[in-house]
Design a protein around this ligand. Structure first.
Ligand SMILES: Nc1ncnc2c1ncn2[C@@H]1O[C@H](COP(=O)(O)OP(=O)(O)OP(=O)(O)O)[C@@H](O)[C@H]1O
Length: 350
């Protein structure tokens, strides 16, 4: 049997606790994330959800409090200072939101790229010059080669920043809010540039952002909430029986190693789920119903598939809550529209 390739990014139960003035803040609370070689993934979340903390750990600038983080074969929790320096120079490239963090203001675009190669003792001479031209062309900023950051637009600065990040052929490209200071159309163009870099060079790319608009430019978007990844949306294109392209978005919840699952916030709100919910194991899926008042039947008082005589009977029904899972009486009837499943409707219908 073929074995799956080792992921380029693998975070398992990652925890980062900060202590500020005697108060503990859990920035990451058991985060799980897997990114396979060549993937381009966006991690999207609100302010304070832990995005920058995650990226700072993945870039080797900070160390997690607990859990495991591996990037392209490097164990980020145990690596020593020498390996860390090599890791930052050769394995990962970064693009930050602020230009001042990406580029030196008194160097031209070409000199900024050359500096990154110099620091990492990378290509020299003609090979260096050729690679600088190649990267500037790839990012469509060839005409900016002799200009300093202050003489470039915001979008051009970020393109040059991406070229700098790629100077030493990293395996993984990490970007923290790379479009945070750009307007909508410039953002879209910069994200498309990252997409072509990802496709052409095959560099595994992780973008963290608060901007849900990034989802339209990547195949996989992972939601981060309270320091944990919660749901994922996978986008794909299929050709239907009339030969027309259909854009499909499927939503998934992340299941951790011990089987914990976080329901999307909208699901919880829309069905007023709280405290504990009723579960049913079906042959090919799990059903989830409100468990209000501890009643055996849900508020809707109807069973899933109750009007479908051929449907298989639930094999087990449980109320799952903060305490241990307990078995409850078989409901006479159960609501039908709350089963947890991937939504494979075309995106435009969602
Ligand atoms: N050095 C630190 N000391 C104390 N608390 C911190 C530190 N860094 C981050 N935090 C806290 O950890 C939590 C996550 O912060 P983080 O910066 O990772 O969030 P974020 O999703 O990147 O937010 P934003 O989009 O606003 O940058 C926040 O509550 C933040 O206040």
């Amino acid at each position: 049997m073929a074995t799956a390739p080792e992921p380029h990014i693998l975070c398992t139960d990652l925890v980062r606790i900060f202590t500020a003035e005697g108060v503990e803040v859990q920035a990451l609370q058991g985060l799980n994330l897997r990114v396979d070689p060549g993937e381009m993934v966006a991690v999207v979340g609100a302010s304070g959800s832990g995005k920058s903390t995650l990226l700072t750990i993945l870039s080797g600038l900070d160390t997690a409090t607990a859990g495991a983080a591996r990037v392209a074969g490097h164990d980020l929790l145990t690596m020593g200072s020498r390996e860390r320096v090599a890791y930052r120079r050769h394995t990962v490239g970064f693009v930050w939101q602020q230009t001042s963090r990406n580029l030196l203001p008194y160097l031209t675009a070409a000199e900024n790229i050359a500096l990154a190669m110099n620091v990492a003792r990378g290509r020299r001479g003609a090979a260096r010059a050729a690679r600088i031209e190649e990267l500037l062309e790839l990012l469509e900023v060839g005409d900016a080669r002799d200009r300093r950051p202050g003489e470039l637009s915001g979008g051009q600065q970020q393109r040059v920043a991406i070229a700098v990040a790629l100077a030493n052929d990293p395996v993984v490209l990490l970007a923290d809010e790379p479009t945070g200071e750009l307007d909508e159309s410039t953002s879209a163009a910069v994200l498309e540039a990252m997409r072509s870099v990802n496709l052409e060079l095959g560099v595994t790319t992780l973008i963290v952002t608060h901007d849900p608009g990034v989802s339209g430019h990547v195949r996989r978007t992972v939601q981060i909430r309270d320091g944990r990844t919660s749901t994922e949306v996978l986008r794909s294109t299929r050709v239907d029986e009339h030969g027309e392209e259909q854009h499909i978005a499927e939503e998934f919840a992340v299941l951790d190693r011990v089987g914990r699952l976080q329901l999307p916030h909208e699901f919880v709100q829309s069905l007023e789920l709280r405290d504990r919910v009723r579960l049913a194991l079906e042959p090919d899926h799990v059903g989830v119903w409100p468990g209000h008042d501890g009643r055996a039947d849900g508020p809707a008082g109807r069973a899933p598939n109750s009007d479908a005589p051929d449907s298989p009977r639930p094999r087990a029904r449980h109320a799952a809550g903060a305490s241990d899972t307990e078995t409850v009486a078989e409901p006479a009837a159960v609501a039908s529209d709350t089963e947890s499943h991937a939504d494979s409707r075309p995106e435009e219908e969602r």
